[in-house]
Design a protein around this ligand. Structure first.
Ligand SMILES: C[S@@+](CC[C@H](N)C(=O)[O-])C[C@H]1O[C@@H](n2cnc3c(N)ncnc32)[C@H](O)[C@@H]1O
Length: 228
């Protein structure tokens, strides 16, 4: 059994679900982005942590990197300025959302991605399952370089409460891998945005499994009907 992390999930979905067109929001040094094999790869980050040297090395290691399109800007600016043109004819099939880990940003990133997504698209969110109040703090409170998951978990709770057209759950792997697909929800939680904004890390700790739809990592194979 492979160690399940975001790279494994993304690669498996590309291989077994034939998802190609890839968007990554929050790319950092390209640790994941440069490994993706697709001829339509979009990188969005206001602060890329790589230059031409690293790009050249990554091109040698993975020839698909010649197709990379880089947008060094916030995801909000990207969707406002570039999204409509870029995704007019090519819809997003696979996305990793891993930018600003604050609930409102994550909700916007997911909603904007959904607007340009194919019916069979899969959205993967990193950092959905913080294991301490420190890791779940706000960006302002973050004590760099400690782990920072922020309150991405509140975005998961929002989609599990408000979007009956979406299936949303979290795999218990790699700091919580959120999965969102355009498939009607089987159950909806009862919370609105205002209530969710008032919840604390302690509330999450008491309701973790239900609020996140937390699933063992092997559930990935069952849900997507992929042989382990
Ligand atoms: C955790 S890192 C991404 C790691 C990368 N996805 C990986 O898996 O290795 C988060 C990145 O989000 C970027 N970021 C912060 N605010 C953002 C925003 N508003 N839009 C897009 N990216 C943002 C940061 O510059 C940082 O590089």
């Amino acid at each position: 059994m492979k160690n399940m992390d975001r790279l494994f999930v993304l690669k498996s979905l590309m291989q077994h679900r034939h998802l190609k067109n890839y968007l990554e929001i929050g790319v950092f040094n390209g640790h994941i982005f440069f490994r993706i094999k697709s001829n339509f790869k979009i990188a969005v980050d206001p602060d890329f942590v790589f230059g031409n040297g690293r790009k050249a090395i990554k091109l040698l290691l993975n020839p698909y990197n010649r197709y990379n399109q880089y947008f060094e800007k916030t995801s909000d600016d990207f969707f406002a300025q570039d999204g409509p043109r870029l995704f007019q004819n090519k819809k997003i099939e696979l996305a990793l959302i891993d930018g600003m880990h604050e609930c409102d940003y994550v909700i916007r990133d997911v909603e904007h991605t959904l607007n340009h997504a194919a019916p069979n698209a899969v959205i993967v969110l990193h950092d959905c399952n913080p294991l301490s109040a420190e890791a779940a703090c706000s960006f302002k409170e973050w004590n760099y370089p400690g782990t920072w998951n922020g309150d991405v978990w509140k975005a998961i709770l929002y989609f599990r409460s408000q979007r009956k057209d979406l299936t949303c759950f979290v795999l218990d792997a790699d700091q919580g891998l959120g999965i969102i697909v355009k498939q009607p929800a089987t159950t909806l939680l009862p919370y609105d945005k205002e209530q969710i904004s008032q919840f604390t890390y302690q509330d999450l700790a008491l309701n973790r499994a239900e609020w996140l739809g937390l699933q063992p990592s092997d559930y990935f194979y069952d849900f997507f009907k992929i042989g382990a």
